[in-house]
Design a protein around this ligand. Structure first.
Ligand code: SF4
Ligand code: SF4
Length: 204
């Protein structure tokens, strides 16, 4: 499910992401989390950088914090996982029309990047992950996860998607006892979306 609003955090200050990490460590202990979220949004000028209203910015920030908390909780189990996969969202491809040369396998369903564009985020992520021994799938939606996992016994999965979509994926993977790490999109919109490649490299 996409968000009911669009966002682009690519111009948000680094402080914003540092604050997410800080609050994630304190999650559950903080009695005034909503006030804290509103303070972060104000101090990091997220409304000015993105045009989001405060309610949408709080939803987004809450999801970032929840996912960071999942990453922290799952990290140890994930580090022990030997067979790993990276799931990338099809919306981060440079092209979503037939200029994208990726091969589509309808049985999974998933795309395999054909490396037609060096500056394509999916291409960069594919290279990074394959160097580390990951299998890589570029998926059209979260419902493909169970099919991929049923055909392959992965012990650990890194999922990249917008917050709402990746949260559904976390539920599916947890039910299958697969260790999960998440990288939420910093720009949504279901086309020309973006994730932070350095965050992905650190997560892998
Ligand atoms: S680099 Fe890969 S994912 Fe990107 S447009 Fe080309 S084939 Fe598609
Ligand atoms: S932004 Fe991408 S990951 Fe999120 S719902 Fe749209 S297509 Fe799926």
């Amino acid at each position: 499910m996409p968000y009911q609003f669009t966002f682009d955090l690519s111009k948000a200050p680094h402080l914003f992401f540092a604050e997410i990490a800080r609050v994630s460590y304190q999650k559950g202990m903080h009695k005034t989390l909503l006030n804290t979220l509103q303070d972060i949004i104000k101090n990091c000028r997220i409304q000015e950088a993105t045009g989001l209203n405060i309610a949408d910015a709080v939803v987004l920030l809450q999801d970032f914090i929840d996912l960071q908390a999942v990453n922290l909780m799952e990290r140890r189990k994930f580090m022990k996982a030997e067979k790993r996969a990276l799931l990338l969202p099809h919306c981060s491809r440079k092209y979503m029309d037939n200029r994208c040369q990726a091969q589509f396998d309808a049985s999974l369903p998933s795309y395999t990047c054909a490396h037609c564009s060096e500056d394509c985020l999916v291409n960069k992520a594919d290279h990074l992950a394959k160097k580390k021994g990951y299998d890589v799938y570029v998926v059209p939606g979260g419902s493909c996860i169970s099919k991929i996992l049923k055909s392959n016994q992965y012990e650990g999965v890194v999922g990249v998607a917008c917050g709402e979509e990746v949260k559904l994926g976390v539920d599916t993977l947890s039910n299958m006892n697969v260790a999960v790490q998440t990288v939420p999109l910093i720009k949504n919109g279901c086309a020309n979306t973006a994730f932070n490649i350095e965050t992905l490299a650190n997560t892998l």
